[in-house]
Design a protein around this ligand. Structure first.
Ligand code: SF4
Ligand code: SF4
Length: 188
């Protein structure tokens, strides 16, 4: 199996290490019948993030189909995928890749898998935190929380000032009126 970076699948495959129920589990969780994948690679060709990931999206599908649970759940691809669905609109079998990646992310968190991109999980949490507080995102707060956690407040200072100048960042959050309705969508 080709990958952009060195794959962790370097040893001979031992069938006892494969989880043959994994595909059914991800199908059920994502609502996507990934057995329909033809491995035509259209998704890999269309993904803007392919060059940064360890596996192209069709390889993630293949890992799940074959039961490579650990490799799929510890892959950087599942975290670098932004769910843009560019691949899905090009897929001849209409595989909803974003839903598959989401199911894999949730499974990885639930199982305490070694996350390849823990910073991205923290960023997701910061986004959700501002939605819970204000009913919608507040970009400045998200960035400040994220950078404070990393103890790196100033590395993007110049970019930040440019974003302020272009009114892409705002000091004050904009709140929705029905904030309680938004908060009900979060687990207590
Ligand atoms: S485009 Fe669709 S069918 Fe082709 S490899 Fe990707 S997921 Fe599979
Ligand atoms: S949904 Fe994910 S895998 Fe598909 S093109 Fe977008 S980033 Fe790439």
């Amino acid at each position: 199996m080709e990958t952009n970076q060195q794959t962790s699948i370097t040893d001979p495959i031992k069938t006892k290490d494969l989880d043959l129920n994994f595909v059914a589990e991800i199908k059920q969780q994502s609502g996507v019948n990934i057995s329909r994948c033809l491995h035509c690679r259209c998704c890999a060709g269309g993904c803007h993030f392919h060059m940064a990931t360890d596996y192209p999206p069709n390889h993630i599908i293949r890992l799940v189909q074959l039961g490579f649970r650990k490799e799929a759940l510890e892959s950087s691809t599942i975290w670098l995928c932004v769910g843009c669905n560019t691949c899905s609109v090009q897929c001849p079998m209409a595989i909803d890749m974003a839903a598959v990646m989401d199911a894999l992310r949730q499974t990885a968190i639930k199982e305490g898998a070694a996350l390849a991109e823990p910073d991205i999980l923290n960023f997701h949490k910061d986004v959700l935190h501002t939605i819970k507080r204000h009913g919608r995102t507040h970009k400045l707060e998200i960035m400040m929380r994220y950078k404070a956690r990393k103890l790196d407040l100033f590395s993007d200072f110049v970019v930040g000032t440019k974003m302020f100048a272009k009114r892409k960042l705002h000091f004050r959050p904009s709140k929705v009126k029905a904030i309680d309705e938004v908060r009900k969508t979060f687990k207590p």
